[in-house]
Ligand binder design. Sequence first.
Ligand code: AR6
Length: 173
Amino acid sequence: MKIQILQADITTLKVDAIINAANSSLLGGGGVDGAIHRKGGSEILEACKKIRARQGKCKTGEAVITTAGKLPSDYVIHSVGPVWNTGGKDKEELLANCYKNSLDLAVEHNIKTIAFPNISTGIYKFPKQLAAKIALKTVAAYKHKSSIDELYFCCFDQKNFEIYHELMKNEHT
Ligand code: AR6
């Protein structure tokens, strides 16, 4: 699994699956979630509603998969990150679970190329540096048991892009 970073709007990426930083209602919201539903169209929301009818809300750290509607990718994997508030180890573990559970779903669906946004680091206010470390560590631990070929950390804001750039640079030296 090749791991790369890029700075882009995740809704423009032509990969097999993009991850959405959703909330437990699965019914959309602001940030990247808003952009995905807006550009992907009503098909995504319909699919989310079906999942809700089947299983209820999506718990923090868990993930579900739907069509990507009108987006260039094939699937959207919706994962619910933790709200930072006062922080704590449990929040760190929940964020790691988002990456793990999304990767598990991707493998189950034979997805080969995948892009993650920086889950929880916007509206949910998870510290960006800590979130990036957790994301990189979790993905690295998955690297060898995965059938995924390419994984992108799709940074949107400059700060996250710089953090990932620094952390990945250090990893390679
Ligand atoms: N492409 C890629 N990344 C983006 C995009 C985009 N188009 N737009 C924002 N980001 P956030 P959260 C980055 O707030 O913190 C929603 O209302 C952004 O810069 O989207 O997990 C949900 O419904 C940040 O680094 O998600 C939930 O209620 C990252 O995406 C809540 O927000 C995550 O920011 C989830 O909060």
